[in-house]
Design a protein around this ligand. Structure first.
Ligand SMILES: *Cc1c(COP(=O)(O)O)cnc(C)c1O
Length: 254
């Protein structure tokens, strides 16, 4: 039975939270001089059960993000009868390159050449392309994954040799702090890196995407130019474990 249909009532709390986030996205987009549709909303489903994700899909959220390969693969299989589309948003070990391609149609945190090579080899075998974003460490925290800003131009040049990888832009995690100025500094830095890449890189205009902003800061991110936000807890409620469980070095939630 396909439960993802018009007869299935989404859970009222999920529908309400989704509507609220969408309204805030639209308002922030307008404040940044853009149309609400200019911002893509990836609903982050890590730790959320397949049944609850199914309710979110019924409420119209089909652009989903997972940060662990095994969890994403299992849920994508459970939800194969829906219109869900999956993005990998978490740090990816090179030995998971094969499995990530079994469920994700996009890999956001591309942060090293060895991973690009693994993905490219597998994609060549499959005969398919993959959208990727380049992860940049904008916070300067040693614990965060991502290229240093100064390494980005060289990395983009090397990526041009990989036919199956389609770089669409950049992603970052801001510093974990309630300090709005510091968080915005990270977002602005990613935007500057993007603007420079648009001028220099062989990939040109294809590099426009900026994936930045989560539950605590997505409105700031949109005001600073985000084209993709990754939001989970604002829709599903707080996760049982602190962020330090999901990100190395994270000092808890903001
Ligand atoms: C979990 C996660 C998010 C979303 O965080 P929320 O606090 O649930 O909005 C965004 N990006 C990445 C990489 C994540 O792992």
């Amino acid at each position: 039975m396909n439960r993802d249909d018009a007869f299935h009532d989404p859970a009222p709390d999920l529908a309400r939270n989704l509507a609220l986030v969408r309204r805030r996205i639209a308002a922030a987009a307008l404040r940044s001089g853009r149309a609400p549709e200019a911002v893509r909303f990836v609903l982050v489903t890590k730790t959320v059960s397949a049944d609850r994700i199914r309710q979110a899909i019924a409420a119209g959220a089909t652009d989903l993000g997972e940060n662990k390969v095994q969890e994403g693969l299992a849920k994508a299989q459970d939800l194969a009868d829906t219109r869900a589309r999956w993005s990998m948003i978490g740090h990816l070990q090179s030995n998971k390159a094969r499995d990530v391609l079994r469920f994700a149609s996009e890999v956001q945190p591309l942060d090293r050449l060895s991973l690009a090579k693994r993905l490219e080899n597998r994609l060549q075998q499959l005969g398919q392309p993959l959208d990727v974003l380049v992860q940049v460490n904008t916070s300067g925290e040693a614990s965060k994954y991502g290229l240093t800003p100064s390494a980005v131009p060289g990395f983009l040049k090397e990526l041009a040799a990989f036919d199956a990888l389609r770089p669409r832009g950049f992603m970052t995690l801001a510093t974990f702090t309630p300090d709005e100025a510091e968080v915005r500094r990270c977002f602005r830095l990613l935007r500057m890196i993007r603007d420079r890449a648009l001028e220099d890189a062989p990939q040109g205009a294809a590099l426009a995407d900026l994936s930045m902003g989560m539950s605590g800061d997505y409105e700031w991110a949109i005001e600073e130019g985000a084209t993709i936000i990754r939001v989970g807890q604002a829709v599903f409620g707080p996760r049982p474990l602190p962020d330090s469980h999901y990100w190395p070095g994270a000092a808890g939630t903001r």
